[in-house]
Ligand binder design. Sequence first.
Ligand SMILES: Cc1cc2nc3c(=O)[nH]c(=O)nc-3n(C[C@H](O)[C@H](O)[C@H](O)COP(=O)(O)OP(=O)(O)OC[C@H]3O[C@@H](n4cnc5c(N)ncnc54)[C@H](O)[C@@H]3O)c2cc1C
Length: 389
Amino acid sequence: MAMRDYNSMLDEDFRQEVRQFFETHYPDHLRYILRRARWAEMKQWWACLYKQGWVAPVWPQEWGGMGLDASKMMIYMDEMERYGVARPPDQGVTHIGPIIMKYGTPEQKAYYLPRSLSGEFIWCQGYSEPNSGSDLASLRTKAELDGDHYVINGQKIWTSLADDATHCYVLVRTEQNTRKQQEGISLFLVDFKTPGITLRPIKNLAGHAEFCQVYYDNVRVPKENLVGELNKGWATAKALLSFERLAIGSPRRPAYALQRLEQVARARDLFADPGFLDRFTVLKLDIEDLGSLYQRFVGQMKRGESLGSDVSMLKIWTMETWQRLTDLLLEIGAEEGVLEGVRDFGNESTPVDVDMLTSYYVSRPGTIYGGSNEIQRNIMSRYVLKLPV
Ligand SMILES: Cc1cc2nc3c(=O)[nH]c(=O)nc-3n(C[C@H](O)[C@H](O)[C@H](O)COP(=O)(O)OP(=O)(O)OC[C@H]3O[C@@H](n4cnc5c(N)ncnc54)[C@H](O)[C@@H]3O)c2cc1C
């Protein structure tokens, strides 16, 4: 496909093109789904994006990406969210792909990047362990050199969509007794077909098995699968997080919950109740604040500035606003709000189909993943407010 310079397009023209593409091609039944989309249901959409050359918006065109700058990427994400386009199992594109581009060997780039783009390789992230989540640097899964291989032993947990993945990028300890915990950690690319790997799915609160425990029992990984320098995996794994931090703080999810709340409230005449009106107004204004905060960080990205520790504020505010909205949604659903599945909360003239319980469930882990809100508050107090530790 001929390369196109999307960045020189007018923002509005680019937005229209993206919008039209999503509206024409994205499957209707997968809009606004309230769970992580699985590979089996997304692979046709992936193939459609691949054919269009749109799987990897920020990858350079040299590697088959769209080569979007931050400003155009924000439009792309905005349109995805506006139309309710689900995130496919895309960690190969969003996370490990860019890490391979930055730290990988020429062989790693040539082997992994095209396959991750085409959907032949689906990736998951093997960082957290049963006793190492917030305190990730204390991880204990280890890799020891044996001839041309590293032998991995240990256990990972909360590995999202591991049972859809063909590969995992795994943080392991390659040196014990280091001065600092962050030292002696390395990043490896692991093919899930390698003998010794066992997956055990875990069901979340909503009953969906979206993550797994992954056991490594003498898993032999070729030493060429090390990414970046040995024992320096901490810095490698933490690189390139700014887009992720911004994406996680997008106001779209709370804004969508507010829209549903408003529809139900109108259909049920709740705005006549001053108590409800008061709570609704507070939430609506909180979303306005969130929108301004988000735009401030987007502006920084657009100007090519890196994001500072204050971006933690965005994650805290987004996730907590979202949770308060789904709390209220559940509350106004009364006894019907706690029933599973999509239900009609409207009246005879205006049906309003909402799955209140699932909306409530999916907002719960928002304060845990991507670095828990308590940890974000620690970051704020230490690096932004400079409070004593
Ligand atoms: C939906 C979901 C998907 C996930 N997907 C992945 C994935 O794909 N790959 C992966 O590797 N991991 C994944 N995780 C794991 C996630 O990164 C961890 O759950 C998170 O880092 C918290 O770690 P923990 O669960 O061990 O909790 P802990 O670290 O044990 O924390 C427990 C509680 O203590 C608080 N706490 C801990 N330390 C401090 C402190 N110093 N100060 C104040 N409070 C503190 C925490 O905020 C939390 O409330 C996922 C988690 C969720 C919920």
